[in-house]
Design a protein. Structure first.
Lengths: 840, 109
């Protein structure tokens, strides 16, 4: 196509535009400059712009010309600005800028006042929070020319719940500010028919609020749709008359213009005064309708809290129930939104779900990874979870999502203890759990602190939901509950450690109360057996919480401070056993776990290797690491020579796992901690194990706080190389840490938790155990372990844990193969305490 | 009549109940209590911090028996509740002069 010659283009456009304006002028002059005339004028301007786009000539990229604001709504008055968005599908460069000029120049030549915005689609990935008026204008966006597909893509990016919520908040503020400028009254003697309270902007605002929150909102308002439309047409006709008379974009209905407008709109009356009175009487009647409708919308509109969800006085509800009914995967979202807002799901939304829930199968509710992850997030215990789950149960959703739970609906099991149906008992356990965090009674508050420190409390809630589902039968319910929970976990695709934890808790949910209330917990064998059952501190913590709330939810008064004390004592004894006595419990050749590992070993790992690696390591090792990791450790330790250190580093979601195998070296543990700290890594958990052959295995889990791995291409290799150099003595970790260490002990965590150092020479037959609790800080472990090494002690076993901002470390140490003397303990304790307090 | 007031380890309640049932003593009152005798509690350590466990959870079992079987009942309780370790508890024996059945007003002396 050959672009037309500029002169001929100009005159053609001029004629086109002139004709459109003349048509509107004539209509306005006979009082008909209302909605229909303005829409027709806007359509003709659309035609003009399409001409301009064609005349602008070819353009290689993707572009859309979009009408905004009043022009987008097709309410274009004679002297209104023509607001346009020129949207490009790609980044804006020289060709795009040239196109913009080719589009705008002809319009400017015509004398059109163009309010133009130029954006690339990518610009909309970030909300322009500093320009709420532009965002409001975008709500009226209407494609005029160019790529329709690009406009659709813009819509998908822009119309998002968070954006809508921001625009709504901004709009409400803008309304308030604008009204303040008019002293908050619509009864102005010379009103501005665009900006005054009750005028056109308020009318648009009422519609916008409805559009952003609930499309049918205004139907429930004080004015029916016909009266609202009448008001709009009247105000537009007045505004058109003002533009005609003023000859510019002026919207104040002054005393002089009231007379002229009354004439144009053909108000009857022998005298001007009467005609003006009738005009203004109509104006105030319409403005009152607009004003009351806007007030209604401001007061009752639900605040957007998610896709198709709004928060109103009766809770969170679906903005479009029909759309919600077709999308069961969105239903969990409304319960999550209510939980987040500290309110309930509205009866209307519950009715909608109840009405449609039977159409769907369990798989329809969580169709993808994101949906399943959202469910686990929802189950994190916090105030309101019980109430939301109860609502889900009442409307039939819980039983549909989990048919396993449906099996215990209203199930009555008669015994001397339980006071509620099985389903309600189950849900009450969750209420008891969520209330633990705010508990003030000391015997409950300490369990509350366990909950706060738990790494994945949602797994506990999942276990609680299904711990009694096996009670639909009358025999041993724990095993049946495990079988049913396995189905749930299959559907939710919960695997690995998370799955094992949930099934463990369900399978053994009665074991802790049995041990605490019916066994002699002063007998070390009882504690040892129980600790052996739970295996790790995290499982112990979750089982203790589960037992507590399970007892508490049986009936009022079932959980007494007395029972709470028994449970707590067993928890403490088992915790101490797990963290302090494990050094004396070694893996033997006949160990069941070792046999199991032999049975499942991959082809490249020999039976002899498995035995040589595991024999003599603490039994705890088998509890802490899954089989895959153990085989990886065996490979890592393969053919290790005295001067070597074998390292492996891998990413596990948001954390990193480092394993180091070596033959015993002085300062090994502190050196590894030091290197990790020197790269800004935050050590979350760690273990150090030593076997009788002198093999040392250190395993760390850490986060990359400074995004070192992400920002540097060869970062992993660099960390491993430095690690090798430091462990083999070729580099000095102290040098690496210079600068990093500064300020460590000025960190807020270090000050928030006064450090605790406790030495114990009794618990273990082999080691002196140091319990250290302190505020977590970068380099903390390095400092602790260096002090221990400086005292000539060997760090044989270490447990590192972080809970929130606390670091909890247990070191099993010996000096020349023996426990420390009392004098050595005192000296080391004092040195550690001073180091942690930052006084050395 | 005698009131036998026994303070026993929590895990021994069922054993004591069974032993008393063998003597056809069915009625009893069981209460959760906390206290200490010579045992005086002990110091526990949790995460490096010491805390005092001075009042230990125990169960109190109260039974009223006729003088004729009081001695057998005491023996049964002691035998059932004993572990041989410190903290096994005590049995207190108190005389009871009268007992009224509330429903009927019947008195037993």
């Amino acid at each position: 196509m050959t672009p037309a010659q500029p002169d001929s283009i100009g005159s053609a456009l001029k004629a086109l535009f002139g004709a459109a304006r003349e048509e509107l002028r004539v209509a306005t002059a006979r009082g008909a400059g209302g909605r229909m005339a303005l829409e027709r004028y806007a359509d003709r301007v659309d035609g003009l712009i399409r001409h301009v786009v064609v005349d602008a000539g070819p353009y290689e990229g993707e572009v859309a010309i979009i009408a905004l604001g009043g022009y987008g709504r097709r309410h274009l008055c004679l002297h209104s600005d023509i607001d346009l968005l020129v949207l490009f599908g790609q980044a804006i460069g020289a060709p795009e800028e040239r196109l913009v000029h080719r589009l705008l120049n002809p319009l400017w030549d015509l004398g059109v006042v163009v309010g133009h915005q130029v954006r690339a689609l990518a610009d909309f990935s970030q909300l322009e929070t500093d320009n709420p008026e532009f965002l409001l204008a975008l709500l009226d966006a209407r494609p005029v020319a160019g790529a329709r597909a690009l406009f659709e893509r813009f819509g998908a990016v822009f119309h998002e719940a968070g954006t809508h919520a921001f625009i709504l908040r901004s709009l409400l503020t803008l309304i308030q500010e604008r009204h303040a400028g008019f002293n908050d009254t619509l009864y102005q003697l010379e009103p501005d028919v665009k900006d005054a309270p009750g005028a056109l902007r308020d009318l648009t605002a009422a519609r916008t609020i409805a559009m952003l929150t609930e499309p049918l909102l205004l139907r429930r308002g004080p004015a029916d749709a016909a009266r609202f439309d009448d008001a709009e047409d009247f105000l537009l006709r007045v505004r058109s008359a003002l533009h005609l008379e003023y000859g510019r974009n002026q919207n104040i209905l002054s005393h002089e213009l009231q007379e002229r407008t009354a004439e144009i709109l053909d108000y009857p009356g022998a005298e001007t005064r009467l005609r003006v009175e009738r005009l203004m009487s109509d104006y105030f009647r319409h403005a009152r309708i607009v004003s009351r409708s806007l007030e209604f919308a401001r007061r009752t509109a639900p605040v957007p809290v998610g896709p198709n969800m709004g928060l109103s006085r009766d809770g969170v509800r679906f903005i479009d129930p029909l759309q919600a009914a077709r999308n069961p995967a969105s239903w969990l979202g409304i319960f999550q939104a209510a939980l987040d807002a500290g309110t309930e799901v509205s009866d209307e939304a519950l009715s909608c779900i109840q009405q449609h829930v039977d159409r769907y199968r369990a798989d329809d509710f969580f169709i993808d990874v994101e949906g399943r992850a959202a469910l686990l997030r929802f189950l994190k215990p916090r105030p309101g979870l019980y109430a939301r789950l109860s609502q889900m149960h009442d409307c039939g959703l819980l039983g549909r999502v989990f048919p396993e739970f449906q099996a215990i609906s209203w199930r009555v099991v008669r015994d001397f203890y339980h006071k509620y149906t099985v389903d309600e008992h189950t849900l009450l356990t969750i209420r008891k759990l969520e209330r633990l965090s705010g508990a003030t009674e000391p015997y409950l508050a300490r369990f509350g602190s366990l909950l706060a420190d738990s790494q994945a409390p949602e797994l506990l809630v999942l276990a609680l939901l299904f711990h009694d589902v096996g009670k639909w039968r009358d025999d041993d319910h724990a095993l049946e509950s495990v079988r049913m929970a396995e189905q749930v976990l299959d559907r939710l695709q919960v695997s690995g450690e998370a799955r094992d934890v949930v099934l463990f808790l369900i399978r053994h949910h009665l074991r802790m109360s049995l041990a605490a209330f019916r066994r002699d917990t002063e007998d070390p064998d009882i504690v040892r057996q129980f600790a052996g059952l739970v295996g790790t501190e995290e499982r112990l913590k979750l089982l203790a919480l589960m037992t507590l709330v399970d007892v508490d939810a049986v009936g009022p008064g079932t959980l007494t401070p007395w029972k709470g004390e028994l449970l707590w004592r067993l928890y403490v004894d088992a915790y101490n056993h797990l963290t302090q006595r494990y050094g004396d419990e070694r893996i033997e050749r006949t160990e069941a776990g070792l046999t199991e590992l032999q049975g499942h070993r991959p082809g490249d790992v020999s039976a002899a290797e498995v035995t040589a690696f595991l024999e003599g390591l603490p039994q705890r090792y088998l509890h802490v690491f899954p089989h895959d990791t153990i085989y990886r450790h065996i490979r890592l330790a393969r053919d290790i020579k005295p001067d070597e250190v074998h390292l492996s580093l891998e990413q596990k979601g948001t954390t990193w796992a480092l394993a180091a195998a070596t033959l015993d070296k002085p300062f090994l543990f502190s050196n590894i901690c030091g290197v990790l700290s020197s790269f800004g890594m935050n050590i979350l958990r760690g273990h150090a194990f030593t076997n009788p052959n002198g093999l040392v295995l250190d395993a760390f889990e850490f986060t990359d706080e400074d995004r070192f791995f992400e920002l540097n291409r060869d970062a992993q290799a660099q960390v491993l190389r430095v690690m090798q150099d430091v462990v083999s003595g070729r580099a000095d970790v102290t040098e690496l840490l210079k600068g990093r260490e500064q300020g460590i002990f000025q960190a807020k965590n270090a000050q928030r938790f006064p450090p605790v150092v406790h030495a114990d020479n009794k618990t273990s037959g082999r080691y002196t155990i140091f319990d250290i609790v302190a505020g977590n800080a970068l380099g903390l472990l390095y400092r602790i372990s260096r002090v221990i090494s400086r005292h000539g002690c060997d760090v044989d076993l270490v447990l590192i844990a972080t809970e929130g901002e606390k670091a909890i470390d247990v070191f099993h140490i010996a000096k020349a193969g023996s426990k420390l003397t009392e004098a050595e303990q005192i000296a080391l304790t004092s040195d550690l305490q001073r180091t942690l307090e930052g006084t050395v | 009549m005698k009131l036998l007031k026994s303070i026993v380890r929590p895990n021994k309640v069922d054993d004591v109940k069974d032993a008393l049932a063998k003597l056809s003593i069915a009625g009893m009152t069981v209460t959760e209590v906390r206290g200490h005798g010579k045992q005086k509690g002990h110091t526990a350590i949790y995460r490096g911090k010491e805390y005092n466990v001075s009042l230990l959870p125990k169960m109190e079992i109260e039974v009223v028996v006729s003088d004729a079987i009081a001695e057998d009942a005491i023996k049964a309780i002691v035998q059932a509740a004993r572990t041989g370790e410190i903290g096994d508890g005590r049995v207190f024996v108190l005389p009871v002069s009268e007992s009224y059945r509330i429903r009927t007003g019947e008195v037993e002396r």
